[in-house]
Every structure is written in C-alpha cells, then in structure tokens.
Design a protein around this ligand. Structure first.
Ligand SMILES: *Cc1c(COP(=O)(O)O)cnc(C)c1O
Length: 346
C-alpha cells in the first residue's frame, strides 16, 4: 500500500480529489449498459445541463483535459496561416507545449509585449493591426484566461470591451475557463453574462480544477464554429469511447450547484490566507487576490522555512510562492499555513 500523505497541500488545485457530487454522478452512470462514443443519455443530459445553465442553445463537447480543449477550440477558429492574440502569461503560451500550434497545423500565437496577465484592448489592437501584409500570420482570434493565471478576474466591462475590440477587428474571442467557476463566484454574475452575452464565441469550461477527476467542456455559442468539431476531437485522440464517464459527472456538478459552491469555497480560502499574511514584514501579494490563487513574494528565508516545515508550492511566476485552493481546501489547514508564514516572517 502506498503511504497516504497526512497533510493537505495547496501547491495546485489539481492536488484535490473528486468532489462528492461528481462521484455520485459517476456512480449513477455506472449502472447498466449504454451506447458508446457519446451517443448516450448521460452525454446528452450533460450537454443539456450546460444549455440550461448558460440559457442558450450552444454546442457542447467533452474532452479529457484543458490543453486539448484550448488547442482544439483555437484550431476550430483558425486556418493554419492565422494567428491568435494572447497574454504573455497565457496557459496556451507558457504551459501547453506548443499544442495550440500543433493542433491548428501552425496557427501562431501572437504574445502581448508586456508583463500583464490581463490582456487589454490596446494589446489586441497593437498586435492585430501592426501588419497587414502577406508575410505576417493573419490574426483571427483572441484568447483570454478567466480568471487569469495570476488569479485576477476580468470584470464584465473588461470582457465586453475586449469583445467589442475583437468584433471591430474581425477576430473571434475564446475564453480559457480552466477556473471558470471561480470567476463566476468572484463576480457574482451568471455564466451567460460572462460569456455569450459579453461577446465570447467559445468557452473552455474547466471540470478538473472544479472537482472532477478528469474532463473539460467546450461550448460554442455560435454553432457554425462547431462544424466538424466532433471529427477534430476524434482525430486528436479526445473522443472517449465510454464517454458517459466524462460527461455524467458534469450533471452532478452543474445540477446540484456544486460547481459554484466549489469555486466560492476556493476563493474564500484564498481571501482568508491573503488577509492573514498581506501585512507581514517582507511579505507582499504579487497580484490582487480575486479568485482562488495567492501569490506571495517573501524573503528567501521565509520560503526556505516553509519548505522545511513541509509546505509544497511552485515559484514559476516571478519567483513568488503560489498557493491554490480547491473545493476541498480545509480552512484549518489554511490557518496553519498562515500561522507558519507569520512565524517565519517575524
Ligand atoms: C490547468 C489549466 C489548464 C488545463 O491544463 P491541463 O493540464 O491541460 O488540463 C488550462 N488553462 C489554465 C489557465 C490552467 O490553469
């Protein structure tokens, strides 16, 4: 038997297990036999649950992970000679091993030339209008991450302004919503308001970080953009033969409201940690804490001290310590972390 770690860690929201509502959804789907490859009542039910939640007749697809969801969604928007505008922090740029370029047969990412996780209309205009000659990959899409990789949340006005900029320039708007639920909980708005009503064309809705074991959903608000997308998923190795086990969990997550509760819980834990440590000597928040992430700069002695006390965390953004809070974050353990940071910073 492998040894079970005694103490919860906040290095990644993917350290969390499967939430009870998802587990129950899986259990229900495990009864009896149904057709394979998504031609089953669970998969239809999950797509319907998304249409109900978003209040619109969107096209819905289910894939295994976020890299595939983002890459295939962007590939659906682009020809191989097109380009996609993104932030320098975008997961598609920094953490997908070139998959967006690979699955689009070469569509190039045009990365904003500044040090901001949030993309601004000016960044989009600059990259989309600086060239119009045959030698430049023709801009066709924009991708924003909501919340950003640094835990910041675009306001509805910011999304609307980006969407208006896209429309004026003839670009499609994609949203990487790996932590979409955290953003909805943070803004207190409906999924519709943050997406199609604000001008988003395609959304990747993260399931894994929201409490599933595996799985992301892709929503096309303009059904014309989804043409052939089922083939794209199959060709990319993303069509699950026992599809019900990646679709049915969504029913449990969406219909019980667990998706939003889970997001709100993670956000609350991040806020709690931020409140406790923001004013400590030598410690500061690198980014406003608006979702479920806390990024801290702290003296090397504090970071080393935390590691010595058994805490795990990443420092891949700007050398600061990143802490992420999922649906299962234990408030007492968050307090322990805060107490350790406090003790080390004195
Ligand atoms: C986690 C994450 C993804 C998905 O990553 P996979 O490991 O491919 O599932 C996508 N975008 C962002 C911003 C993420 O944090």
């Amino acid at each position: 038997m492998a040894q079970i770690p005694a103490s919860q860690q906040f290095a990644s929201d993917n350290y969390a297990g499967i939430c009870p509502e998802v587990w129950e959804g899986m259990r229900k789907a495990n009864e009896g036999s149904v057709p394979a490859y998504g031609d089953d009542p669970w998969t239809n039910g999950a797509a319907e649950a998304f249409r109900t939640l978003f209040g619109t007749a969107c096209e819905v697809f289910f894939v295994f992970n976020g890299t595939a969801a983002n890459s295939l969604a962007l590939a659906a928007l682009c020809q191989s000679y097109n380009s996609v505008v993104c932030s320098a922090y975008a997961h598609v740029e920094t953490d997908e091993c070139g998959a967006p370029e690979f699955f689009s047969n070469g569509s190039k990412l045009l990365v904003a030339r500044n040090d901001q996780a949030k993309l601004r209309p000016d960044d989009i205009r600059a990259l989309a209008t600086c060239r119009s000659d045959i030698h430049y990959p023709k801009p066709k899409a924009v991708t924003i991450t909501q919340p950003t990789e640094t835990g910041e949340v675009y306001t509805l006005d910011e999304i609307r302004e980006i969407a208006a900029t896209c429309r004026a320039l003839g670009l499609r708007l994609h949203m990487d919503g790996a932590r979409f639920a955290n953003a909805c909980a943070a803004l207190g708005c409906s999924p519709a308001e943050m997406t199609w009503q604000a001008g988003v064309d395609v959304l990747c809705f993260g399931g894994t970080k929201n409490g599933m074991g595996v799985g992301e959903a892709i929503l096309f608000f303009d059904p014309a953009l989804a043409e052939g997308f089922d083939y794209r998923c199959k060709q990319a190795g993303q069509l699950a033969s026992k599809m019900r086990f990646i679709s049915a969990p969504w029913i449990g997550l969406l219909e019980t409201g667990a998706w939003l509760r889970n997001g709100a819980h993670g956000n609350g834990c991040a806020k709690a940690l931020a409140r406790r440590v923001a004013a400590l000597p030598g410690v500061s928040l690198m980014f406003p804490v608006e979702a479920n992430a806390v990024f801290l700069t702290a003296p090397v002695s504090v970071l080393d001290g935390l590691r010595a006390r058994g805490w795990r965390f990443y420092t891949f953004i700007g050398g600061g310590a990143r802490f992420m809070f999922a649906w299962d974050a234990d408030p007492a353990r968050v307090e322990q972390l805060a107490g350790d940071i406090e003790a080390l910073a004195q």
